[in-house]
Design a protein around this ligand. Structure first.
Ligand SMILES: C[S@@+](CC[C@H](N)C(=O)[O-])C[C@H]1O[C@@H](n2cnc3c(N)ncnc32)[C@H](O)[C@@H]1O
Length: 489
């Protein structure tokens, strides 16, 4: 619905400057210092929107956009209930110089997507009204020198009028709608992430009664979003996918996304996908050379496997989740990478001690290098014990090439995450990695929780040890498993 503008009868402007609200007119008593404290939204990462208090120096126009108080507590979205008028200052400009003056007055003009700032001046065909931002203009003295000069040049008197601007649901941003509806003083939403056409939220307890409305508002306000879901638990402990409920939209969970130039399709309700890992996928793929072999132990739907194959590497990609395995194969075909990828559907440890053990001697004799990628940050460090004695009995001399390079991910909540993941990787391997590995900070997952990547050449004494993980080692006890509560993300 297009916004409707109504012009009020011309009123004598009343500029009120109070001690606390300097430079802000109380247009028709609408604005007060209190409303200036409304919170706004600012983007906090590429694909995530967070609602937060505005920075003190940010200009906020949200004071203008406070819908009628009657919408508070609404649980079923009634878009018509968000119709109200606000009084804004306006300047009457001759039509023939409108464009020139509008440019000169850009700083003080009302600027809001969906709201026309030039409107008819009643029945006067020779003039138009330029609507001004009340946060910038409180009286004729609010205009700067350049603006005053431009107006003077065309003989426009510095006379302000009140204009009753009709606003509707369409003129509001999603956070403004939600802030007006949800209980005062509580977080509107913790934000949402987007995967293709799906917006996924992590609603808090107090937001749940409004879940359907929140879903509809997000769909209305975000073009391209046709399905909104709420995560109903933290990430599933095995396959890393979320339990979720559909809040609004078509319920179609098969998403199509593009990452680093490659296309992936998958059922988001059944597999793991995290848009915040694209940089890490790109970083690791950047380490590969054509002719290398990539062994992806926890491959998901293929964000390492596909680009690695397209870079000219041979890929062995494994995932325990049958759905991931199917979408992995689908994505390899979709990106014409299937000729270079062999897919497996096994437990990671079995994969290392089965197919990888069989292939590794020949791979180590080849010209290319072997990279083992292990992205299951809650558990992957524990899986490193599977390499103990993997090629036991076959001396290093028999295997002329370079040792496999492992890239293993782990979460850390310790003060020194680098030291923490190095120690845990060393304990799991049964061999110290200090001074023989590099550690990369992938991302901050939560306050005090980092995702790290430890990269190292698999030590000879681990790979060719006579004692395998199955046999156990009295000196090196099996590393402690992380607690289930750490298995988020
Ligand atoms: C964090 S996701 C990473 C997926 C992908 N590599 C990426 O970067 O997006 C971990 C994957 O490991 C799989 N997984 C979980 N436990 C596993 C296991 N024991 N063995 C093999 N795969 C497992 C999950 O199904 C999930 O697809």
């Amino acid at each position: 619905m297009a916004p409707v503008m109504l012009r009020s009868a011309c009123r004598i402007h009343t500029f009120v400057k109070t001690q606390n609200c300097v430079n802000l007119p109380c247009w028709s008593g609408l604005l007060s210092c209190g409303v200036l404290k409304q919170v706004g939204a600012r983007p906090c990462s590429s694909q995530r929107v967070c609602i937060s208090e505005p920075m003190p120096e940010q200009r906020s126009d949200s004071a203008l956009y406070i819908p009628p108080s009657g919408v508070r507590g609404m649980t079923s979205l009634d878009r018509e209930a968000f119709a109200w008028k606000v009084s804004v200052p306006a300047l009457r400009l001759p039509k023939q110089v409108l464009n020139k003056l509008t440019k000169s007055l850009k700083r003080v003009a009302l600027q809001r997507p969906g709201v026309k700032r030039v409107v008819e001046d009643g029945g006067d065909a020779d003039h138009r009204l330029l609507l001004l931002d009340p946060a910038s203009v409180s009286s004729p003295s609010s205009f700067g020198d350049a603006e005053t000069e431009a107006l003077g040049k065309f003989g426009v008197p510095l006379e302000l009028q009140d204009y009753d601007l009709q606003l509707t649901y369409e003129n509001l941003k999603s956070e403004e709608v939600l802030r007006a509806v949800l209980p005062e003083g509580q977080d509107v939403t913790s934000g949402f992430s987007r995967v293709g056409h799906i917006a996924h939220l992590n609603l808090r307890e107090h937001q749940l009664p409004y879940r359907t409305l929140i879903g509809e508002v997000l769909m209305d306000k975000n073009p391209g979003v046709t399905c909104v879901v709420n995560k109903t638990n933290t990430i599933d402990s095995t396959y890393r996918n979320f339990q979720m409920e559909v809040l609004a939209g078509d319920g179609n969970m098969v998403a199509k996304v593009r990452e680093n130039g490659w296309v992936y399709e998958f059922d988001f309700s059944r597999v793991y996908w995290n848009p915040r890992l694209s940089t890490e996928h790109e970083r690791v793929v950047g380490l590969l050379r054509p002719g290398d072999t990539v062994v992806d132990v926890f491959a998901g739907v293929g964000p390492f496997a596909v680009p690695a194959a397209r870079r000219g590497c041979d890929v062995l990609a494994n995932d325990l989740n049958p759905d991931s395995y199917r979408w992995l194969q689908h994505n390899c075909k979709l990106n014409k990478a299937h000729g270079k990828v062999r897919a497996f559907n096994m437990d990671g440890r079995d994969f290392i001690r089965g197919p990888l053990r069989e292939e590794l001697p020949a791979l180590l004799r080849g010209a290319g290098r072997v990279h083992v990628v292990m992205n299951l940050p809650a558990l992957a460090l524990d899986f490193l014990d599977a390499f103990r004695g993997l090629l036991g009995g076959r001396g290093p001399a028999e295997n002329a090439g370079s040792l496999p390079r492992v890239h293993c991910y782990g979460f850390s909540k310790q003060d020194d995450p680098q030291k923490d993941v190095t120690q845990r990787a060393s304990a799991s391997l049964g061999s110290p990695l200090e001074g023989r590995c590099s550690v990369h900070l992938v991302r901050n997952v939560a306050p005090n929780k980092e995702m790290m990547c430890v990269s190292f050449a698999l030590p000879e004494e681990v790979l060719f040890s006579d004692q395998s993980a199955e046999e156990g080692s009295p000196e090196e006890p099996a590393p402690k498993r992380q607690k289930c509560e750490d298995m988020t993300e």
